[in-house]
Design a protein around this ligand. Sequence first.
Ligand SMILES: [Zn+2]
Length: 500
Amino acid sequence: MAQVTIYGGAGSIGGNKIHIREGSSGLFLDFGIDFSMYSRFYGDFLTPRSGRGIYDYLHLGLLPPIANYRSDLTPPDLTLKGMPQIPVDALLLSHAHMDHVGLAGMLDTTIPLIASGTTLGLIKAMQDSGPARIGSDPIYTKERTPHDERTLVAGRKAAIGRDLIVTDDITDSFRSLISTIPQGKGARINASVSLFHESNFPFSIESYPVDHSIPGATAFLLGGDLSIAYTGDIRTHGRENAATSRFVDAARDTGTLIIEGTRLLREEDHSSPEVSEEEVAVNCREAVAEEEGLVIADFSPRNIERLMIFQEIADTCGRQLVVTAKDAYLLQAMAACGHPHLLPSLLMYGGFTDPRIPGWKKGLSDQIIPVSSDEVKRDPGSYILCFSLYDLVALPDIAPEGGTYISSTCEAFNEEMALDTARLVEWLDRFGICCHGLSGRSPEAVGFHASGHASPQDLEAIVDRIDPDLIIPVHTTAPEWYSRRWEQVVIPQTGEEITC
Ligand SMILES: [Zn+2]
């Protein structure tokens, strides 16, 4: 018998924190941030107080009321009395999206991470190159110390690491990526990196690569008495759909299926038909071919499938693909995890001349050729800039006179994103840039992005093929969609134990 408790992801998209318990053993499946809940309290300039550690997160319900957090993030005036210490032998991470890993750094550092090498490599690269926020340091951290009875300050001690258990393969390049702190002049992270061995672990765990919008995405099968399948985020219409199929076959007749349902809300929304990556490639190529001036492509380079599509388009249209330094760093990390080494064929926007550039960026200088704003300004028709809204602040330096912007990313689905879209349109209008892929803003709105998530029809086929005894829907605002179709559905409530 096993107990499943959904601490995050029940009735919401993302923020998955799923606890599995069997006797005195337990583990978490993902430990992500629930952005919809976070944005109810916080926004761009309104953030949790870093000196208060986990205090604000616990009080606002952004972290579950358990006592398994890092003691150095617990300020002296915070009492965890009454909050249970639950068994957590490991944290299994399905993939490197923040709504699945964003709060992992809050958990006690004695809890190891189990994930694919690519997922761990991406999380490490995001930590290296991202802003230092509490909990954004799941791979290595400097212990904080109390400053007074309420506040914590960052310590000076060498970085401590969390033990990492890899489900697929450990190469030398992965080991070197994962064990070095770029800001620390090559300082090493003190933690072990090992391959998963069932013998050292109370649960039997099988991992299956699945198709999603980020490399390294993995579904898990927990074996033994409990027999639980967890999809993570999953789709069947990308280039890796055979991988999803292998997972679904392996999960057949599982006891409990914990499954996502991101797109269920849009079930009745006929304006967003299924778009495949192949169609995205065709539409984007056409839009680029028609443009003689600057092209801006907006997508996450962690979506390597999309990046490769734009690489092919750049080649056929006689342009060069330009990425930001941060994205170049993530691509370098992916190469260290066995993905194609794309940097030699790309350009990086900006340069390496500023003496204050951080260590992670310095390390790129022998990997990728920089291109300056002046070069792009002189010959905008020679490039495709992989820019998001936040990179458009560079447009005054390039001062394009017209151009094409392709939104190859998901549509705004909340107020904050809608506000971002409105700002984006202001930037594009200012420079006379026409856009593709923005509904309500561009003539051709659909066909420039393929979802990272399975359609309702595909989810139905997945569940029917697996035919589980029990279904627990997560990562969806419409869990009742499942109970309308199958009898054996338990709609989870946050923090309530389900016995399987
Ligand atoms: Zn995801």
